[in-house]
Write a new protein. Structure first.
Lengths: 425, 395
């Protein structure tokens, strides 16, 4: 048997019990006595739970009914969802206008979805976000008035930023372009302040105006999470750079702020924004409740983003800083051209995880009375005609949240592998 | 080289506006000045607004009568007590939820995390879906769901579910009998503390003996005997008082006994389930971070899976696990403030009522922040100490 030439050796098939479905079962479910018992017990428990759940949620469920009374004594009352789904998704937005928040949600999801595609990670992203944000707010508000002062200020800011960011890399004509833009903005603002330019504003008013107090449901959750993080991002970068700086006063300020915010719960900041912010402002000036919540979210998110970016900054080898210095770059050029592009790339997956966290945490704004998705679901339960079916509504809301968060967390995992391809061997 | 010997201490001569040190200070002074200006703007506005709205300032209100009920209190409290005491009740409730939450979610999270690595495919899948389902939905939603299930799915006090004639489960919570107050109880508590201390001393002694002589000692059995036995002996010496206060249905609710309230149950349950999903991921990645050789070596030594987990893998994984675990513990503490949404009287809820009654928002928000910062710093300090203790001691 052992001395047969290679060609005449009998090729025995693997034992039948180790291959195919049986082999898989043996290896993964019944590898030992203890394992087998665990499997059987778990299987029984799952089947029992599943049978109970299917019985409640499908077999005995009521899908359509005129009111909650018809659901009594049956299983799940999905009729309630059928009746209230528009309220849960769009809150108190005027009923006949609810195609607008629907479109806004679609625009925002498309915006987020296209930003997830790595082929879009270039200048196109600025256009996608600019147009997408404009459409979202136009759809939600219905009418937008842009005062001339704001347009001029944006021109100054964009021109100034362009001058700063492109100073070391762009050709002379481009720099001249940025300078012209900034100059137009600056001169315009001066003229407007002096009173030469009239108080004109660009009015875009295709739909009827809907104030933020009437906004509700999914668009509010999406806007708070997305724009909370978008605005918190630059300010988180500044905090992170400040914390890493070797100027003692700046460093102290940034550390103090970050640790203060991270040490207290979001609720306390929301309460602060709702009761203290009005006291901080000059007499007679008020801020919209929605904007107050957004400010609290931005302040809160900034501290967390700063800590993530600090992790990215710390992961860079010292040679990068030294090389930039050796090239004769000043602090600003070194940071924007060498350090940040590398540091931010490392922190994209944890930033997405932060976004998931904030998508869930924006549900806390219901404490100060804003109609986000969860609060709208909560209010749907108040109707006396449909009282007594909280589980259905909460399970439905949980399902929607799960779909968003689960897909984002899968994307973040995929990205982590994808971005590390270069360093993995 | 020549430059260095010529005087490395001498800074090159540059114009003051190009000197990095002077520039740095100028920049800092400008920024701090701007921040100070903003602060001055906010403070002066606030002063003006407070004066205009005739809102008092200062902490005098703390000694005034609170006048609101608190449903769950660990220390005697009535509406006639002061605001300070009401807030103290809130702080104690927050600490109670946070401490229980930390302990329970650590246990549950560790079990789920280990379960995800089980060779049993079914168990691993169940644990994986547990993690995905519970961490991808907001905690607040879980709290609402559990609270509504408890308060609507359970019957009213009159139809309470009676378990073994002693426990009553209804939508008012779980009522159970407790021993009537007796002078021996404080002494039993003291005996318990002594028992725990003795068990710790004994464990150290047994360990040193095993290290020097190799003789094992039944530490666990002896510790259990000490911790349970000492209070029991005190109880017997005190004449074994066994009067119990039984819950009884009087009118619309139970009297006597003690109760675990549905708000508390829902809050603790929600916190534990939500956080344990995150802790499970931390534990799993901590174990996966270990070299595969460690589990193989443990198996080669003939240790069972449980033994290799307990004696070889977990102690090493702890070094990776502890830092992220600290932030989860901080999260539990901060998330316990969601209690306000389902009506459990924690710190934030008590302070919120105080704000509404006194109008003194600033002082109260400062109290919340100070309390949470103190607790957070305490947890961080403890976990940092623990982290140093378990850190790898190298030569």
């Amino acid at each position: 048997m052992t001395d047969l030439p290679a060609g005449e050796r009998q090729q025995l098939p693997p034992p039948a019990a180790d291959t195919g479905a049986m082999g898989w079962l043996r290896r993964n479910l019944f590898s030992s006595w203890g394992n087998g018992i665990t499997t059987v017990v778990l299987l029984a428990a799952i089947l029992w739970l599943l049978a109970w759940f299917v019985d409640w949620a499908v077999v005995n469920a009521v899908w359509t009914a005129p009111s909650g009374q018809a659901c009594r004594g049956h299983g799940a009352c999905w009729a309630l969802i059928h009746e209230k789904y528009r309220f849960i998704f769009f809150g108190t937005f005027p009923y006949e206008q609810q195609w607008r928040p629907l479109l806004a949600v679609i625009v925002m999801v498309t915006m987020l979805g296209t930003s997830a595609d790595r082929r879009m990670w270039n200048r196109r992203l600025i256009w996608i976000w600019g147009i997408g944000s404009f459409l979202t707010f136009l759809l939600m508000f219905g009418q937008i008035n842009i005062p001339l002062g704001l347009i001029l200020f944006v021109a100054l800011a964009v021109g100034g930023l362009g001058m700063l960011l492109r100073s070391a890399v762009a050709a002379a004509p481009e720099i001249a372009g940025w300078r012209t833009l900034a100059a137009i903005g600056a001169i315009g603002i001066v003229l407007r302040l002096v009173g030469v330019l009239p108080p004109w504003s660009l009015a875009i008013a295709p739909f009827s105006y809907v104030e933020t107090g009437l906004w509700g449901g999914l668009p509010v959750t999406l806007i708070l999470a997305t724009y909370g993080l978008v605005f918190a991002f630059p300010y988180g970068i500044l905090l992170a750079l400040g914390r890493r700086s070797n100027l003692p006063l700046i460093k102290g300020l940034c550390i103090g702020f970050i640790e203060l915010i991270r040490g207290v719960p979001l609720i306390s900041l929301l309460i602060m924004a709702s009761v203290m912010l009005p006291l901080f402002l000059p007499t007679g000036m008020t801020i919209d409740k929605f904007l107050r919540a957004l400010i609290a979210v931005i302040l809160f998110a900034g501290a967390y983003i700063a800590e993530i970016i600090r992790g990215g900054l710390q992961s860079l080898p010292k040679g990068q800083f030294e090389a930039a210095d050796a090239m004769g770059f000043n602090y600003f050029q070194r940071t924007t051209l060498i350090i940040l592009p590398q540091a931010l790339r490392v922190v994209i997956p944890p930033l997405i995880n932060t976004f998931i966290g904030f998508f869930k945490d924006t549900s806390l704004v219901l404490i100060i009375g804003i109609f986000d998705f969860l609060n709208a679901a909560n209010q749907a339960l108040v109707d006396p005609n449909w009282a007594g079916f909280p589980s259905e509504v909460y399970l439905f809301a949980a399902f929607v949240y799960f779909c968003f968060c689960f897909s984002m967390s899968r994307y973040s995992k995929y990205l982590e592998v994808e971005l590390n391809k270069g360093t993995r061997r | 080289m020549a430059v260095e010997t010529a005087g490395s201490a001498i800074r090159p001569k540059v114009a003051p506006w190009n000197d990095p040190v002077i520039r740095g200070w100028a920049f800092q002074i400008v920024i701090v000045g701007l921040v100070g200006l903003l602060a001055w703007f906010l403070v002066s506005n606030t002063m003006e607004n407070l004066a205009r709205q005739k809102i008092a300032s200062g902490y005098d209100y703390l000694s005034h009568e609170a006048g609101f009920e608190i449903g769950d209190s660990m220390i005697p409290y009535s509406p006639a007590n002061t605001y300070a005491r009401a807030i103290l009740v809130g702080v104690l409730n927050t600490l109670k939820v946070a401490i229980l939450g930390v302990i329970l979610s650590t246990i549950l999270g560790t079990l789920i995390g280990i379960g995800r690595l089980s060779p049993n495919w079914l168990l691993a899948k169940i644990c994986e879906w547990y993690v995905e389902v519970f961490r991808n939905v907001p905690l607040l939603l879980w709290l609402f769901l559990f609270y509504k299930i408890i308060s609507e799915a359970f019957p009213g006090p009159r139809q309470a579910i009676n378990i073994m004639g002693a426990l009553f489960l209804s939508n008012r919570g779980l009522y159970f009998p407790v021993p009537v107050q007796d002078p021996i109880h404080p002494w039993m508590g003291l005996a318990l503390v002594i028992g725990i201390a003795a068990a710790i001393v004994m464990k150290r002694w047994a360990r040193r003996r095993q290290e020097t002589t190799g003789l094992p000692f039944p530490t666990i059995k002896a510790a259990v005997a000490l911790v349970i036995g000492l209070p029991l002996i005190v109880w017997l010496l005190g004449g074994a008082p066994h009067h119990m206060s039984w819950p009884e249905l009087k009118g619309f609710n139970f009297r006597g006994g003690t109760v675990i309230q549905p708000e508390f149950t829902a809050l603790l349950f929600g916190l534990v389930i939500y956080t344990s999903a995150f802790i499970a991921e931390i534990v799993r990645s901590g174990i996966l971070a270990l070299n595969k050789g460690q589990s193989e070596a443990a198996a080669a030594l003939g240790l069972s899976r449980g033994q290799s987990m307990r004696l070889v893998l977990l102690p090493q994984a702890l070094r990776v696990i502890v830092p992220p675990m600290t932030s989860q513990y901080l999260n539990i503490t901060k998330n316990s403030s969601l209690a306000i949404a389902i009506g459990y009287p924690d710190l934030v809820a008590a302070v919120n009522v105080t704000i509404n009654q006194t109008g003194q928002a600033i002082e109260n928000v400062l109290i919340i922040m100070a309390a949470f910062l103190t607790v957070s710093l305490g947890i961080s300090a403890f976990m940092n100490w623990y982290n140093r203790r378990i850190a790898l001691t190298e030569r």
